[in-house]
Structures are given as structure tokens and as C-alpha cells.
Design a binder for this molecule. Structure first.
Ligand code: NAP
Ligand code: MG
Length: 527
């Protein structure tokens, strides 16, 4: 996103935005709020499509606000969308890659132009604060651009291989990467822009046609993402957008025999079920899974404690702890434990919470009633088994009673407690004192997840940390976020172990080929 001041918004720079961003967000807020409650159709085969049943999307900020009415799709819509995508595949896959790149770039530019309207939508729908909301939209535009750059850097992935050592013949070998077919994109509620748009754009640049199914908690912003692709002039049927429950519509898509590949981003449990169900097809199909996290920060006795405190705070409580990359565990070496914990409590108590469309609030609500109930249950468990340092209360004064507001929570918890293993996905972080970095590392790796991790200490220790930690995204000494804040092209994002299936990070060098299969073309002629 370009602004008058040439400021580039990323998750590293969002803490000091130019005033212009607030002014323009404020203008868009009034315009969007004056127009709430409209009905939104699906997009199938280039047509607006309405299902028999509908569902309302209300804001987690205030459940009196009906943001929009969406289509409640079923297996019937799954069939229609897949068949539209299948029909569009031959032409799209044979469209020169340069043209596909041009269209996806155009969609990125449209998104930049719509960033304030989309940012407001995001804030109302997810409950993200202003800069997190604008950040997700800006990241989505960059996730549109990254595969375009990747395709260009690799010149369409058409490469001459060695010639066979024949006499009497010339035998040339050309490796080409080609798309698979209809690609399914299922996205979660927390980054409805980036995690819908990122996989969608990679699939499209590669030449696949797509069916998008967003989370039921966040149908609106992904609808606007799909609209950017349509408005850029991508042909009918190439981008299909359906909404409805994961358990019915989503499951029907997973079980559909004409899906050639899938990118699912969401929880471990749903992801593993999808992995198993998808394996029931007639052959093995590419299955990109981006799953949960339980991300640790380790703090050495040599750490800059101010940087550690700010970085941990931002990663623990940004977006109310509902990031797959949220810092939910902190292991601190004994000599600096008391000092760091004191700073963390102090900073946490200064955080502002309320309507996140208001510029003064850092935390908004959690996503829904179920998450709100989870928070209360976890708070009770922490009070019983640990020592709450701050938080562990819902906030219900005034209008906050109409939304799902939870105080940011820090708690000491005995090592070995079950919650050290559970992705709570809430503004809750547990801290523990350790005798050594070795002990910290042992605990850090003792989970089934391996998404992100952070470290604070000296350079030699940081090298040791990178080498030892089992995680796909690692940071050292970062005040902008201990474990959060990746950006395409800067910090490619993906997880190890139970956090991801492909071993290649999105927004990175090796991601786009996941959407392509290789064909080697040998041609022989007489010399
Ligand atoms: P979720 O509950 O797993 O849902 C994700 C998506 O799957 C939603 O669109 C959901 O639809 C759909 N779904 C549910 N059951 C399905 C089924 N049987 N078949 C097909 N689709 C189905 O995840 P969430 O609560 O939205 O998001 C939070 C989770 O995502 C956390 O675990 C977080 O760590 C993870 N996440 C991971 C990354 C990463 O990059 N690794 C990034 C962000 C989030 P409905 O909403 O209609 O149920
Ligand atoms: Mg969920």
C-alpha cells in the first residue's frame, strides 16, 4: 500500500502509522457503518448465486450489529461450484502465465485501492484493531503479488534439462510445471484476507481454478477478496466463492472427487480430519495444511528485557491472542525472571480494550460466544492450578456487555500442566521460570506444534536457538513481536510437526511449486 508519505504498512511497521491512515480509516468507518446488513451472494461460474437458506453475520464487538446476510450453502452448491471451476480449467490453465500474472496483479492493485473499506470490514467482522485490520488487507495484496514475482523469477518454470548423450539423434528434455485442476481453499476466521487470498492467488497464478470456502465467522471480508479477483477481469468460473458450514458444505467439498488439491488453514483437529478424508480419493492429491501453534518465547539472562517485554506483549495479545503465531508460552531464565515478569504485568495493565474500530483501543473482542466461554473456563483453570498475574476476567461494563471482551491474561503455571500443550487461541499467556536455556529448549520443543518461536539473548545464544528449536518461523531479539508479524517476501510463513504439512512456507521461495506438478517433455529428432 502506498501512502502520501511513502509509508509501507507491514506487521513490523504498524506500530507507528502516519496520521493519514487513521484519517482515512475514520472516513471509511462512517461509510461502511451506514450500509450494514446487506445480503451477499455466492459467486459461482461468474454469476451471483443465492441459496435457499441464509445466515446472519453479527459483529463480535456488539452482537446487535448485523453486518450482513450470507448464503448457507449445502452439498448442492459444492457440486455447482466445483463443476463451474472444472469447466473453466482448460482455458485458464492454457492462458499464458504472463496473462495470469497480469490479472492477479491487477486484483492486488484493486485491493490496495479498497484497503480502507476492506480494513473497516475486517475490524467489524473479526474484531481486529485498526492497524491489524489494514495490515491483513495489505498483506493479502502482497500475497497476491508474491507468486507473480515467483513465476517471473522462474520464467514460468520452463527449464531445459540435459540432452541425452545419443549419436545420430538430438534429444531435448524440457521440464515444465503445470497446474493440477480445481483447487479448494478453506480458510479460518482470524486472517480472512491473507489466508483466503494467499492460497487463492498462488493457485490461480499456477493456472488452477479455485473454489473458496471461508469460515462461517468471517464470510464478508473473503467475499470482498473474491470480488477483487473478479473485478480484475479473471474469467467466469475461474474463481468461485461459496459460504456455509464446514461440517456440511465444507465436508461435501472435501469429499468431492473432482477436487485436485487443497489448501486448508485452520485448527489441528479439523485439518487432520480433512487430511484423512481427502486420502479416500482414488489417488494421492496435494494437501497443503497450515494448522495451529503453541508458540514459545525463550528469554536468556543476557536478554535486553525491554525488547523482550514489548515483543512478548505484542505477540501474546495482538488480535486478542487469536493468531496461529501468538506467543502463548514464555520460558525465562531465573536471574531475570522477576524483572521481566514485572515489566510484562506493567505493560499488560496499560493495554486498552474496547471497540477496536476506535483508534485508542489495542484489543478488541474474541471471535464468538464459544471462544468467550472457553476463555472463562481457562481462566478458572488457571486460577485453580496456577497463579494469575493479571487478567482472567471478562469485561462487561457499558456496551462491552454486548460483545466478547476478555482481559489480557498472564499467569504462572507449573511446568507439566496440561495447558502448556493446549492451543487456547485467546489472550492468555503462561510464564515459567527455568534454570537454564537447555531446560527452556526442552520444554519449548515438547509440544506437537512447531509453528513460530522467539528468543531474546546474545548472538551466540541466538545461533544455538535457531539450530535447536523445532519451528518453521523463528525470530531473535525482536521488539516488533516475539513470535508474530511475518510478511510475504520477508518472513515466509509455515509450520513444522503438527503445525503444517508441506514443509515450505507461504510467501517464500519454494511455495508456488506446491500448486504445480511436473511434466518432462522429451523430443527426439534425427541429427
Ligand atoms: P477451524 O475451526 O479449524 O475452521 C477452519 C475452516 O475449516 C473454516 O472455514 C471451517 O468452516 C472449516 N471446516 C470446519 N469443519 C470442516 C469440515 N469437516 N470440512 C471442511 N471444512 C471444515 O479454524 P478457525 O477456528 O477458523 O481458526 C483458528 C485455527 O486456525 C487455529 O487453530 C489457528 O492456529 C489456525 N490457523 C493456522 C494458521 C497457519 O498459517 N498455520 C493461520 C491462521 C490460523 P466453519 O467456520 O463453517 O466451521
Ligand atoms: Mg474454530
Amino acid at each position: 500500500m502506498a501512502t502520501e508519505s511513502n509509508f509501507k504498512l507491514t506487521y513490523s511497521t504498524m506500530f507507528n502509522p502516519p496520521e493519514e491512515l487513521h484519517t482515512r480509516f475514520g472516513g471509511a468507518l462512517a461509510a461502511v457503518k451506514a450500509n450494514l446488513g446487506k445480503e451477499y451472494a455466492m459467486i459461482i461460474g461468474g454469476d451471483e448465486y443465492k441459496a435457499a437458506d441464509k445466515f446472519e453475520k453479527r459483529s463480535p464487538i456488539n452482537t446487535d450489529w448485523v453486518l450482513g446476510v450470507f448464503q448457507k450453502g449445502t452439498a448442492a452448491e459444492s457440486d455447482k461450484a466445483v463443476s463451474a471451476a472444472r469447466k473453466a480449467f482448460p482455458a485458464w490453465s492454457r492462458t499464458p502465465w504472463e496473462k495470469r500474472v497480469e490479472l492477479v496483479r491487477k486484483a492486488a492493485d484493486l485491493m490496495d485501492a479498497r484497503i480502507f473499506e476492506m480494513g473497516v470490514t475486517m475490524a467489524l467482522e473479526v474484531g481486529k484493531n485498526r492497524m491489524e485490520s489494514l495490515g491483513d488487507v495489505a498483506e493479502t495484496a502482497d500475497l497476491f503479488r508474491y507468486p507473480c514475482e515467483s513465476m517471473e523469477a522462474n520464467q514460468g518454470f520452463i527449464k531445459e534439462m540435459k540432452r541425452d548423450p545419443l549419436t545420430g539423434y538430438v534429444s531435448t528434455n524440457t521440464s515444465v510445471l503445470r497446474p493440477y485442476g480445481v483447487w479448494l481453499v478453506i480458510s479460518p476466521f482470524n486472517f480472512p484476507g491473507a489466508l483466503t487470498g494467499g492460497p487463492a492467488a498462488s493457485a490461480l497464478v499456477a493456472g488452477n481454478t479455485i473454489v473458496i470456502k471461508p469460515a462461517t465467522d468471517t464470510p464478508w471480508l473473503p467475499r470482498l477478496v473474491a470480488q477483487c479477483l473478479v473485478d480484475a477481469g479473471i474469467p467466469d468460473g475461474v474463481v468461485n466463492f461459496v459460504t456455509g458450514p464446514g461440517s456440511t458444505l465444507g465436508q461435501a467439498l472435501i469429499d468431492h472427487p473432482d477436487i485436485a488439491g487443497i489448501t486448508f488453514t485452520g485448527s489441528y483437529d479439523v485439518g487432520m480430519k480433512i487430511y484423512r478424508d481427502f486420502a479416500n480419493g482414488k489417488w494421492v492429491r496435494p494437501t497443503i495444511l497450515e494448522l495451529g501453534g503453541k508458540n514459545p518465547a525463550i528469554v536468556s539472562r543476557h536478554a535486553d528485557l525491554e525488547a523482550a517485554a514489548v515483543g512478548i506483549l505484542r505477540s501474546a495479545f495482538g488480535l486478542q491472542g487469536q493468531k496461529c503465531s501468538a506467543c502463548s508460552r514464555v520460558y525465562i531464565e531465573e536471574p531475570v525472571y522477576d524483572a521481566l515478569v514485572e515489566q510484562l504485568i506493567d505493560l499488560t495493565n496499560q493495554l486498552t480494550i474496547g471497540d477496536p474500530t476506535d483508534r485508542s483501543n489495542y484489543l478488541g473482542p474474541v471471535i464468538n460466544k464459544a471462544s468467550y466461554a472457553d476463555y472463562q473456563a481457562f481462566a478458572g483453570e488457571l486460577k485453580r492450578d496456577g497463579r494469575v498475574l493479571t487478567g482472567a476476567e471478562t469485561l462487561t461494563h457499558g456496551d462491552l456487555a454486548k460483545g466478547f471482551f476478555c482481559a489480557p491474561t498472564l499467569a504462572e503455571l507449573p511446568l507439566g500442566h496440561r495447558l502448556w500443550q493446549v492451543e487456547m487461541f485467546l489472550p492468555i499467556t503462561t510464564v515459567a521460570k527455568v534454570a537454564s536455556l537447555e531446560q527452556a529448549m526442552q520444554h519449548a520443543n515438547d509440544v506437537m506444534y512447531g509453528l513460530t518461536a522467539g528468543f531474546y539473548g546474545n548472538d551466540a545464544e541466538a545461533d544455538w536457538f535457531y539450530d535447536q528449536i523445532e519451528a518453521g518461523v523463528t525470530y531473535a531479539n525482536r521488539p516488533q513481536g516475539a513470535t508474530t508479524g511475518a510478511w510475504p517476501g520477508f518472513q515466509p510463513f509455515g509450520g513444522w510437526k503438527g503445525s503444517g504439512s508441506s514443509g515450505k512456507n507461504s510467501g517464500g521461495l519454494y511455495y508456488l511449486p506446491l500448486y504445480l506438478h511436473e511434466q518432462i517433455r522429451t523430443r527426439v529428432r534425427k541429427a
